[in-house]
Design a protein around this ligand. Structure first.
Ligand SMILES: [Fe+2]
Ligand SMILES: [Fe+2]
Length: 137
């Protein structure tokens, strides 16, 4: 059983099942990456980071479709914030190589994975959560 390194606080649940499931999957990938990095299983960690990068990109496509369907008024800003996160993702592979070479601590890499997810889940998606809550009330 992988050790829990990072948990998404409940107040970051958006209230849309597809979005929350995606975020939970990305959190699981972060924890799995941390587990294998601690065991110095670098081949597995590289695969998991690539899965995280694909997962983030896939999540953005799904989320943008949901924003469109619900007529979210700040969709352009949200898409822009996704693009900014996408630009940071390839760096994670370089950082994984630095961990393998002993140039960087594994937990710094995990912090960077968390930062990428939180930039979406906390900074951008909270605006959508407020919008969804208002639509439902
Ligand atoms: Fe988002
Ligand atoms: Fe998101």
């Amino acid at each position: 059983m992988p050790r829990i390194i990072f948990e998404l606080p409940d107040d970051l649940l958006i209230g849309h099942m597809l979005i929350d499931n995606d975020h939970a999957k990305l959190v699981r990938l972060i924890n799995d990456t941390g587990t294998v990095l601690q065991k110095k299983q670098y081949q597995e960690s590289t695969c998991l980071i690539m899965e995280f990068i694909d997962g983030m990109k896939h999540h953005f496509v799904t989320e943008e479709a949901i924003l469109q369907e619900t007529n979210f008024p700040w969709i352009d800003e949200h898409i822009m914030s996704h693009r900014q996160v996408i630009l940071k993702l390839p760096r994670l592979i370089d950082e994984c190589e630095k961990v393998m070479d002993g140039q960087q601590a594994w937990n710094k890499l995990i912090d960077d994975l968390i930062d990428c997810l939180m930039e979406d889940a906390f900074k951008a998606d909270m605006v959508f959560k407020t919008f969804l809550t208002q639509q439902c009330s």
